[in-house]
Design a protein around this ligand. Structure first.
Ligand SMILES: Cc1cc2nc3c(=O)[nH]c(=O)nc-3n(C[C@H](O)[C@H](O)[C@H](O)COP(=O)(O)OP(=O)(O)OC[C@H]3O[C@@H](n4cnc5c(N)ncnc54)[C@H](O)[C@@H]3O)c2cc1C
Length: 400
């Protein structure tokens, strides 16, 4: 009888089709999930982000149990230091022969699992490829090899051809152009009704997590309430449907707009669900394409939306795995200034910055133009040290 295995599922791996789950056997193996101090504290994560991740993890664990899996769930209250401690605790109770993990999305964690965990656990650790992205890391490496410039636009066209998204049978892009970005630069004049994101009432599990995070991180950055994020796949699907119907038709026109008094305009707010694994990126792109094919949204909006996921999201991940670990040490402009305190307090006369920080504090979210053209651009102009601004983003809205 083969020895049972432990399967560690991370907070951004809440996908039923995950490679480690596909490899596992509910009758024989045991799942480990954990809320640990190191992951909650390697940067001062926004409290709403912690509530989202922990609550989504707890709902996913409940779902796995309903599907017949045995889940060892180590809550924050157990005070475990890091994920390896949590696996060690389960390994002691369960005579496992091996640990299976879908490869983490972060270099820090992947290296720890490869270099230190086998010894700490006295267990072989098998990392499985994360197949939830549309471009494999090695495919990106092959694409990048020998190129003078790694232009996102050319990568994106490859991905369009590869997926067939918004392509004509003759291999040409729908509408005769690959990119409608030039059409997506309208000012928001207040005439078009703003849909706002889909909001969900927190259930008992989420309420418990809100209290837990309030107790453990009383002084951490970020409002806890109101909490309206989706925390299950079903809810995330409803948020997608809400976006496709209410916002996508105008997503393109106002993609680069900013306005005072509304923090979301026509953006989808789907990044938390894509990044946690509650939504599948290809299915999201296909759903948007259907809106175009059925005349429910214009091409500039649908192409603009798909380019963000199929192009930018896949490209940024490809660059990350291509250039890490040196990438994290880069500081090409020799920027050494400290991050101004108003990035946390929001106390500045620069209204656009104050608004972006307020939105970030309230929602653990700021839309792309606020990130790129306001908080990002200002840090560039001030010569803020790359590490400091990177950790600020990671803390306040990163990975969400
Ligand atoms: C400084 C900075 C930090 C950022 N940090 C993150 C982060 O930690 N996690 C993250 O997912 N995105 C990050 N982005 C990209 C982008 O700003 C967010 O994905 C987007 O604002 C999320 O909001 P949304 O879901 O409403 O996106 P929408 O505007 O509705 O876009 C749809 C989807 O496309 C993807 N997307 C959009 N823009 C980008 C982009 N530039 N790069 C990669 N994917 C994109 C996201 O998955 C997003 O959900 C960052 C951008 C900047 C400039």
């Amino acid at each position: 009888m083969p020895r049972p295995r432990l399967i560690l599922i991370l907070g951004d791996q809440l996908s039923p089709g995950l490679s480690s789950l596909a490899e596992g056997n509910p009758a024989r193996d045991r799942i480990v999930m954990a809320e640990v101090r190191e992951e909650a504290g390697y940067v001062p994560h926004h409290r709403k982000k912690l509530v989202f991740l922990f609550s989504a993890m707890r709902h996913f664990a409940a779902r796995l149990r309903r599907q017949g899996w045995t889940v060892d769930y180590h809550g924050l209250d157990q005070g475990l230091g890091d994920l390896c401690d949590a696996v060690l605790k389960s390994a002691r109770e369960f005579d496992a022969g091996e640990l299976l993990v879908t490869e983490p999305g972060e270099y820090r964690l992947r290296e720890a699992m490869k270099r230190h965990w086998p010894q700490r656990l006295s267990l072989s650790v098998r990392l499985l490829e994360d197949r939830r992205f549309l471009c494999r890391a090695e495919t990106f490496r092959d694409w990048a090899a020998g190129r003078k410039q790694l232009r996102m636009e050319f990568f994106y066209r490859e991905m369009r051809r590869h997926t067939g998204l918004l392509m004509e049978p003759d291999g040409e892009p729908v509408g005769g152009r690959w990119n409608f970005d030039a059409d997506n630069r309208k000012r928001y004049d207040g005439k078009q009704r703003l849909p706002g994101p889909a909001r969900f009432e927190p259930d008992a599990t989420t309420r418990q997590v809100i209290d837990l995070v309030a107790e453990h991180y009383p002084d951490r950055f970020g409002d806890l309430e109101p909490f309206w994020f989706e925390v299950t796949e079903t809810q995330a699907e409803e948020a997608l449907a809400h976006f496709l119907e209410q916002a996508l038709p105008h997503f393109g026109d106002y993609q680069d707009a900013m306005t005072e008094g509304d923090d979301f305009l026509f953006h989808s707010l789907l990044s938390p669900y894509l990044n946690a694994g509650l939504l599948d990126p290809l299915k999201v792109c296909e759903a948007a394409e259907r809106c175009y094919r059925e005349g429910r949204a214009p091409l500039n909006a649908v192409e603009g939306f798909i380019r963000q996921i199929l192009g930018w999201r896949e490209y940024v991940r490809g660059i990350y795995w291509l250039l890490m670990p040196d990438y994290k040490e880069e500081n090409r402009l020799a920027s050494h200034a400290d991050l101004p305190w108003f990035y946390w307090s929001g106390e500045t006369k620069m209204r656009c910055v104050a608004e972006a920080v307020r939105a970030t504090r309230e929602h653990a979210y700021a839309h792309h133009i606020q990130r790129l053209m306001v908080t990002g651009n200002l840090a560039l102009l001030l010569g803020v040290e790359v590490k400091q601004i990177h950790e600020w983003y990671l803390a306040v809205c990163g990975r969400l």
